[in-house]
Design a protein around this ligand. Structure first.
Ligand SMILES: [Zn+2]
Ligand SMILES: [Zn+2]
Length: 171
Protein backbone atom coordinates (compact mmCIF):
# COMPACT_ATOMS: atom_id res chain seq x y z
CA UNK A 1 0.00 0.00 0.00
CA UNK A 2 1.35 3.40 -0.97
CA UNK A 3 0.51 5.95 1.69
CA UNK A 4 -1.04 9.23 0.65
CA UNK A 5 1.70 11.86 0.12
CA UNK A 6 0.18 13.98 2.91
CA UNK A 7 0.56 11.06 5.33
CA UNK A 8 4.30 10.78 4.79
CA UNK A 9 6.09 12.65 7.53
CA UNK A 10 9.74 12.59 8.49
CA UNK A 11 8.78 14.01 11.89
CA UNK A 12 9.13 11.67 14.87
CA UNK A 13 5.49 12.06 15.94
CA UNK A 14 4.09 10.98 12.59
CA UNK A 15 1.05 8.75 12.28
CA UNK A 16 1.52 5.13 13.28
CA UNK A 17 -0.72 3.85 10.52
CA UNK A 18 -0.42 5.29 7.05
CA UNK A 19 -3.54 5.96 5.01
CA UNK A 20 -3.73 5.06 1.31
CA UNK A 21 -4.08 7.82 -1.28
CA UNK A 22 -7.48 6.39 -2.34
CA UNK A 23 -8.76 6.74 1.26
CA UNK A 24 -7.18 10.13 1.85
CA UNK A 25 -6.65 12.89 -0.73
CA UNK A 26 -7.72 11.18 -3.97
CA UNK A 27 -11.51 11.68 -3.54
CA UNK A 28 -10.83 15.40 -3.06
CA UNK A 29 -8.62 15.54 -6.15
CA UNK A 30 -11.33 13.75 -8.13
CA UNK A 31 -13.99 16.21 -6.99
CA UNK A 32 -15.95 13.58 -5.03
CA UNK A 33 -15.33 15.36 -1.73
CA UNK A 34 -14.87 18.96 -0.69
CA UNK A 35 -12.37 19.87 2.03
CA UNK A 36 -14.22 20.11 5.35
CA UNK A 37 -11.50 22.06 7.13
CA UNK A 38 -8.51 24.26 6.32
CA UNK A 39 -6.19 21.46 7.45
CA UNK A 40 -7.82 19.02 5.02
CA UNK A 41 -7.48 21.57 2.23
CA UNK A 42 -3.82 22.09 3.15
CA UNK A 43 -3.19 18.34 3.04
CA UNK A 44 -4.91 17.85 -0.31
CA UNK A 45 -3.02 20.80 -1.79
CA UNK A 46 0.30 19.32 -0.65
CA UNK A 47 -0.67 15.96 -2.17
CA UNK A 48 -1.66 17.76 -5.38
CA UNK A 49 1.85 19.22 -5.61
CA UNK A 50 3.35 15.73 -5.16
CA UNK A 51 0.97 14.24 -7.75
CA UNK A 52 1.47 17.25 -10.06
CA UNK A 53 -2.17 18.35 -10.26
CA UNK A 54 -1.82 22.09 -10.92
CA UNK A 55 -5.53 22.41 -11.70
CA UNK A 56 -6.37 21.40 -8.13
CA UNK A 57 -3.98 24.04 -6.82
CA UNK A 58 -5.77 26.64 -8.96
CA UNK A 59 -9.36 25.65 -8.13
CA UNK A 60 -8.65 25.58 -4.38
CA UNK A 61 -7.25 29.13 -4.42
CA UNK A 62 -9.66 32.01 -3.75
CA UNK A 63 -11.64 32.47 -7.03
CA UNK A 64 -10.71 36.19 -7.28
CA UNK A 65 -7.04 35.16 -7.36
CA UNK A 66 -7.24 32.21 -9.74
CA UNK A 67 -6.70 34.11 -12.99
CA UNK A 68 -3.55 35.68 -11.50
CA UNK A 69 -1.84 32.35 -10.86
CA UNK A 70 0.96 31.14 -13.12
CA UNK A 71 -0.20 27.58 -13.78
CA UNK A 72 2.89 26.61 -15.79
CA UNK A 73 5.16 27.81 -12.97
CA UNK A 74 3.10 25.86 -10.41
CA UNK A 75 3.38 22.74 -12.55
CA UNK A 76 7.14 23.13 -13.05
CA UNK A 77 7.73 23.70 -9.35
CA UNK A 78 5.59 20.68 -8.44
CA UNK A 79 7.46 18.45 -10.90
CA UNK A 80 10.94 19.65 -10.05
CA UNK A 81 10.67 19.45 -6.27
CA UNK A 82 11.68 16.08 -4.77
CA UNK A 83 8.92 16.10 -2.14
CA UNK A 84 9.72 14.21 1.06
CA UNK A 85 6.71 14.62 3.34
CA UNK A 86 4.41 16.90 5.24
CA UNK A 87 4.17 17.84 8.88
CA UNK A 88 1.20 19.82 10.17
CA UNK A 89 2.54 21.83 13.09
CA UNK A 90 -0.57 23.73 14.07
CA UNK A 91 -4.10 24.12 12.77
CA UNK A 92 -5.97 27.22 13.97
CA UNK A 93 -9.47 26.40 12.70
CA UNK A 94 -11.10 29.65 13.74
CA UNK A 95 -9.47 33.00 13.21
CA UNK A 96 -12.17 35.66 13.28
CA UNK A 97 -15.38 34.92 11.42
CA UNK A 98 -14.18 33.12 8.32
CA UNK A 99 -10.45 32.55 8.36
CA UNK A 100 -8.21 29.72 9.50
CA UNK A 101 -4.46 29.15 9.52
CA UNK A 102 -2.32 26.08 9.14
CA UNK A 103 1.35 26.05 10.07
CA UNK A 104 3.24 23.30 8.31
CA UNK A 105 6.53 22.01 7.04
CA UNK A 106 6.65 20.66 3.49
CA UNK A 107 9.81 18.57 3.26
CA UNK A 108 11.94 18.04 0.18
CA UNK A 109 15.30 16.56 -0.65
CA UNK A 110 18.05 18.95 -1.66
CA UNK A 111 20.59 18.41 -4.48
CA UNK A 112 23.12 17.07 -1.97
CA UNK A 113 20.59 14.58 -0.58
CA UNK A 114 19.84 16.54 2.58
CA UNK A 115 16.36 17.09 3.91
CA UNK A 116 15.02 20.63 3.99
CA UNK A 117 11.56 22.07 4.54
CA UNK A 118 9.40 24.97 3.51
CA UNK A 119 8.11 26.12 6.90
CA UNK A 120 5.07 28.29 6.36
CA UNK A 121 1.82 29.47 7.82
CA UNK A 122 -0.97 29.52 5.25
CA UNK A 123 -4.26 31.35 5.58
CA UNK A 124 -7.57 29.98 4.34
CA UNK A 125 -10.94 31.65 3.96
CA UNK A 126 -14.40 30.11 4.10
CA UNK A 127 -16.72 31.40 1.37
CA UNK A 128 -20.49 30.98 1.30
CA UNK A 129 -22.29 30.75 -2.02
CA UNK A 130 -25.95 31.69 -2.65
CA UNK A 131 -27.11 28.25 -1.57
CA UNK A 132 -25.18 28.84 1.68
CA UNK A 133 -22.73 26.07 0.93
CA UNK A 134 -19.40 26.76 2.56
CA UNK A 135 -16.16 26.19 0.73
CA UNK A 136 -12.63 26.65 2.03
CA UNK A 137 -10.12 28.39 -0.23
CA UNK A 138 -6.41 29.07 0.06
CA UNK A 139 -5.62 32.77 0.32
CA UNK A 140 -2.47 33.30 -1.72
CA UNK A 141 -0.38 36.04 -0.07
CA UNK A 142 1.92 36.38 -3.09
CA UNK A 143 -0.46 37.41 -5.88
CA UNK A 144 -0.89 41.16 -6.27
CA UNK A 145 -4.53 42.18 -6.14
CA UNK A 146 -5.73 45.52 -7.46
CA UNK A 147 -7.97 46.22 -4.50
CA UNK A 148 -7.81 49.09 -2.05
CA UNK A 149 -8.19 48.67 1.68
CA UNK A 150 -11.64 50.29 1.63
CA UNK A 151 -13.09 48.24 -1.22
CA UNK A 152 -15.31 45.20 -0.62
CA UNK A 153 -13.27 42.11 0.13
CA UNK A 154 -12.12 39.80 -2.66
CA UNK A 155 -13.72 36.83 -0.91
CA UNK A 156 -17.21 38.26 -1.36
CA UNK A 157 -17.96 38.52 2.35
CA UNK A 158 -19.31 42.05 1.92
CA UNK A 159 -16.87 43.44 4.47
CA UNK A 160 -14.14 45.93 3.66
CA UNK A 161 -10.96 44.29 2.39
CA UNK A 162 -8.89 45.70 5.26
CA UNK A 163 -11.20 44.15 7.86
CA UNK A 164 -11.32 40.78 6.12
CA UNK A 165 -8.76 39.02 3.93
CA UNK A 166 -6.59 42.15 3.79
CA UNK A 167 -5.53 41.33 7.34
CA UNK A 168 -3.78 38.22 6.07
CA UNK A 169 -2.37 39.17 2.70
CA UNK A 170 -0.08 41.97 1.67
CA UNK A 171 -1.44 44.21 -1.06
ZN1 LIG B 1 -3.74 12.72 1.93
ZN1 LIG C 1 -12.35 38.43 2.76
Amino acid sequence: MTPCPCQVSPAPNSLSQAIAYSDCCQPYHNGLKKAETAERLMRTRYSAFVKVLPEYIVTTTLPAQQSLLDVAAIEDWAKQTPWAGLEIIQHTPKLGKRHAQVEFKAFYTTADAQQAAHHERSTFVKVKDEAVNETWFFLDPTVAMSVTQKQPCICGSGEKFKRCCGMYIEN
